[in-house]
Design a protein around this ligand. Structure first.
Ligand code: SF4
Length: 374
């Protein structure tokens, strides 16, 4: 197949669904790691088309959702300071901090700008040598390489007024934390294909062995998801626990060596707090010692901030797959995309936003013919 629409082909989707139905003999719980996969699943009603007892648990792979509250509050504090140009991807502007968001800071006179690349922020720094330009570097292994490149270029070009507020997270330690949780129900993972296109698949066999879980690297179109589920179920039914690559058009076992070299040069592994979940050991990256001059946390000394999470928000349970978004009392009432209480209602990859957007307000399963995928 060559074109994206071909990965949404209804006939092929039906065939994969039939194959999945034919294989399943008992209940299984699979977790799709990435928020992009969650959106495809909810948008096309894939979870509602699966045989009874085959459950998809939505994982924590939404970069905006897991950025810890203290990091949002640090961003708000830095962006409020005079002489600062604070640059970020658009999603982050609406993420609630303890008492406001970046839109509010902009409304109060802060110079907060939406950029499409960290290199745009670097350009702004070069053009405004009298300002401190800060880029908010968040996300998983997918967004980390271009952010590393921006810091590398800043140092090489001696752009001293450029710094980055870094809150990067890594997938494998999160899988480990999920499996170690006493409440864990996950029996297999659909791993995030774009993460593996950078990092490869070498980090996963040890996890599949230790926790005896199949891990299938999966893409983002409906057929990708169904093929990932089909392979995962096949392993579960056979009692296997291997790493499989069901996304070979984008993922090689070694990943992207140039991107990995850049990450290794600019970042070092650190413990990282995940919003609503808590600290996961070795689950993040921060700038390494060599690039410390470009680290906004040090430059602005914003490390002693105390935070307040809204008591109503259950996004931590959503992110760990313990509840579905529509089981939160605030869902669709006090919490909507226009009035989000938690980051999972803000991001285009957030599970709460997906449930709201696709009208999943506790509706029963739709028949095959009524589904957009079928
Ligand atoms: S619906 Fe809103 S309040 Fe409830 S968990 Fe999701 S983001 Fe938090």
């Amino acid at each position: 197949m060559k074109y994206l629409e071909e990965f949404q082909n209804p006939e092929l989707a039906r065939g994969l669904l039939e194959d999945i139905r034919a294989q399943v003999t008992r209940p299984w719980a699979l977790m799709e790691v990435c928020g992009g996969q969650t959106h495809t699943i909810i948008r096309h009603g894939i979870d509602q088309l699966l045989p009874e007892g085959l459950e998809l648990i939505h994982g924590p792979g939404c970069p905006v959702c897991v950025t810890p509250l203290e990091m949002i509050d640090r961003a708000l504090e830095i962006a409020s300071r005079p002489g600062v140009v604070f640059c970020s991807f658009g999603d982050m502007l609406r993420v609630p901090g303890s008492d406001r968001d970046l839109f509010r800071v902009r409304g109060e006179g802060g110079d907060v700008r939406v950029v499409y690349s960290p290199l745009d922020a670097l350009r702004i720094a070069r053009e405004n040598p009298d300002k401190e330009v800060v880029f908010f570097g968040i996300g998983f292994e997918t967004t980390a390489p271009p952010n590393a490149m921006a810091v590398y270029q800043a140092q090489k070009q001696r752009v001293r007024n450029f710094s980055m507020l870094v809150s990067h997270v890594r997938v494998p330690p999160a899988i480990e934390a999920i499996m170690e949780s006493p409440d864990c129900r996950v029996q297999a993972f659909l791993a995030a294909g774009h993460v593996c296109s950078v990092m490869g698949t070498e980090e996963y066999p040890v996890l599949a062995d230790r926790y005896r879980v199949p891990i299938v690297v999966t893409g983002f179109e409906p057929l990708d998801i169904l093929e990932g589920i089909r392979r995962t179920v096949r392993q579960l039914e056979r009692g296997e626990h291997r790493v499989e690559n069901a996304y070979p058009r984008a993922v090689r076992p070694e990943g992207n060596p140039a991107a990995r070299d850049m990450l290794e040069d600019v970042f070092e592994v650190t413990d990282r707090a995940w919003r609503g979940i808590g600290v996961i050991p070795r689950s993040g990256w921060r700038l390494s010692e060599r690039y410390r001059d470009h680290d906004a946390e040090y430059r602005f000394d914003v490390r002693g901030i105390t935070t307040r999470e809204p008591a109503q928000c259950r996004s931590g349970e959503v992110l760990q797959g313990l509840i579905k978004p529509n089981q939160c009392e605030a869902f669709g009432t006090t919490c909507t995309p226009r009035t989000p209480l938690g980051a999972t209602m803000v991001s285009s990859e957030g599970a709460c936003a997906a449930y709201y957007l696709y009208r999943r307000l506790g509706t029963p399963a739709v028949p095959l013919e009524a589904s957009p995928v079928a």
